[in-house]
Design a protein around this ligand. Structure first.
Ligand SMILES: CC(C)(COP(=O)(O)OP(=O)(O)OC[C@H]1O[C@@H](n2cnc3c(N)ncnc32)[C@H](O)[C@@H]1OP(=O)(O)O)[C@@H](O)C(=O)NCCC(=O)NCCS
Length: 203
């Protein structure tokens, strides 16, 4: 199995993405509380009573997944104001043989609509293609989540189809559209991502 990624910060023009640490628990809970209506609508783990024990469990699982090279979760912070939690962005392997992975994200509700989701997702795509050397990255978006669809479009993902009743959220099975981007498509878009300040520290 390939070695896990180095647990260092990844940066963009406005953001720092860092691997989760125990001290992120409180800022994470605060960001989830600020966003719970939006998160609970689309994401299965989000619930009204989300608290410190949920955050500590998430950080423990996230650290284990990173060490085992399975998945890489990042806390998103503003470059100018560390310790303020803007949201999460992740990339994980779905098939080693096919060099395939998936990304996911959420952004604190008070800061949505300012491009943070697009920027963080682009940076984690750079991790996927340049560091993990993936060939194909997917994104699943619940039907009706137009803001997330817009992120996929802006980043150059291609909508490939519909996954019926794919995820159970608050007792309801939600259809999801399946989006994907290939390594050559990512590379063709890199100068645009760089001009926007969405990717950084090339390696
Ligand atoms: C979806 C989400 C990540 C978007 O984050 P964000 O930081 O606001 O994203 P950005 O600002 O980079 O881009 C959002 C785009 O959607 C557009 N948008 C927002 N709400 C919209 C709506 N209701 N209808 C259509 N477009 C919408 C914005 O105008 C923007 O597009 P533009 O740049 O062309 O103007 C955020 O709303 C979120 O975390 N939602 C809850 C969790 C979630 O859905 N996660 C994704 C699961 S796939």
């Amino acid at each position: 199995m390939a070695r896990p990624l180095t647990p260092r910060d990844r940066t963009t023009r406005r953001l720092v993405l860092h691997p989760f640490r125990r001290r992120d628990a409180e800022p994470l809970v605060a960001a989830v509380h600020d966003s719970i209506e939006d998160l609970a609508r689309w994401l299965p783990w989000a619930h009204q009573g989300y608290g410190r024990s949920d955050a500590i469990r998430f950080i423990r699982d996230s650290t284990a997944a990173w060490t085992e090279g399975r998945a890489y979760d990042f806390a998103i912070e503003p470059a100018t104001r560390p310790k303020s939690h803007l949201g999460n962005v992740s990339v994980w392997h779905t098939s080693r043989r096919e060099q395939a992975g998936e990304i996911g994200y959420w952004i604190r509700s008070t800061l949505t609509g300012t491009g943070i989701g697009t920027e963080a997702a682009a940076r984690v795509m750079q991790v996927a293609f340049e560091e993990l050397e993936l060939h194909r990255v997917t994104l699943r978006i619940a039907t009706g989540n137009t803001a997330s669809e817009r992120i996929a479009e802006k980043l150059g993902f291609v909508r490939e189809g519909l996954l019926r009743k794919e995820v159970l959220v608050a007792g309801h099975w939600l259809d999801h559209s399946l989006w994907a981007i290939l390594d050559e498509e990512f590379r063709a878009n890199c100068s645009r991502y760089a001009a926007e300040g969405w990717i950084g520290d090339r390696r």
